[in-house]
Design a binder for this molecule. Structure first.
Ligand SMILES: C[S@@+](CC[C@H](N)C(=O)[O-])C[C@H]1O[C@@H](n2cnc3c(N)ncnc32)[C@H](O)[C@@H]1O
Length: 238
């Protein structure tokens, strides 16, 4: 059998499941997304063990499923850390907004608008008691703005002051090696000691290049692996 399939089977067997929750079940029915269920365990673990009340960030929000889950776990655990997310809703092949989605009359531009509006509707409803701030930028520009301490206006028209240290990052944007590595380096430069990073699509069986970032990180000694469930949750040691 192919090694990757064996790895996948092993990951399924040892995966830690999140605690059952009615809200999450209904959220997942109504809010589209690309969620690996094992991430829920990792997100809850990180939120339970946050080292401070500093902000959490998410790179790549799509329709808001993971954003809503992070907000949910913050509330469930009585945490008031702000959640700040970044997405520009530019997808693979959508660089030309006039291009049609193959097999339809819908353009990439229309699809992008639909997804962004879905995101706003989904967070406005499901996270109404703990609204995240969402900055409409690609992550490189988001981190540049963060490091420059910019005052930004989010997609709900609210002002948000960027800058300072963060306590947790969920990296789920562009999965190429170069981008995932840059996202990691940028997060690393603003993550406090004891803070966490969850890398989506980083499982040992994953076909994404995020795995390469994890291999490099594991060779160093500044991060400890908290869980590979099957995606990697790591904690910054120094
Ligand atoms: C896999 S989806 C995110 C799924 C979402 N986290 C969820 O659980 O439903 C990837 C998202 O990352 C965004 N994205 C891609 N490249 C990005 C970048 N360089 N910076 C920020 N977001 C990016 C895309 O627009 C897309 O919405």
């Amino acid at each position: 059998m192919h090694v990757r399939l064996l790895k996948k089977a092993w990951e399924m067997l040892r995966k830690k499941q999140p605690k059952p929750c009615e809200f999450i079940d209904w959220l997942k029915f109504a809010n589209p997304g690309m969620l690996e269920n094992g991430n829920l365990y990792c997100i809850e673990y990180a939120i339970e063990h946050l080292p401070s009340s500093r902000p959490l960030i998410e790179i790549g929000s799509f329709c808001g499923l993971s954003t809503n889950l992070i907000s949910f776990y913050l509330q469930k655990n009585g945490k008031t850390n702000p959640l700040i997310t970044s997405d520009k809703w530019i997808f693979e092949g959508s660089e030309n907004p006039q291009k049609l989605l193959e097999g339809s009359t819908i353009t990439h531009g229309e699809y992008r608008t639909f997804v962004k509006e879905s995101y706003i509707r989904n967070i406005s409803f499901f996270s109404r008691d703990c609204l995240p701030y969402t900055v409409e930028k690609l992550s490189d520009d988001f981190f540049a703005a963060w490091k420059a301490g910019m005052l930004e206006t989010d997609v709900l028209g609210r002002q948000i002051q960027l800058g300072g240290l963060i306590s947790f990052a969920y990296i789920d944007g562009n999965h190429s090696y170069e981008n995932a590595k840059r996202d990691f380096e940028n997060v690393d430069s603003i993550l406090e000691t004891g803070g966490f990073i969850l890398f989506d699509d980083s499982a040992d069986s994953s076909e994404w290049e995020v795995r390469r970032v994890i291999s490099e990180l594991k060779r160093g000694s500044r991060y400890e692996v908290v869980a590979a469930n099957p995606n990697y949750l790591v904690k910054k040691l120094r």
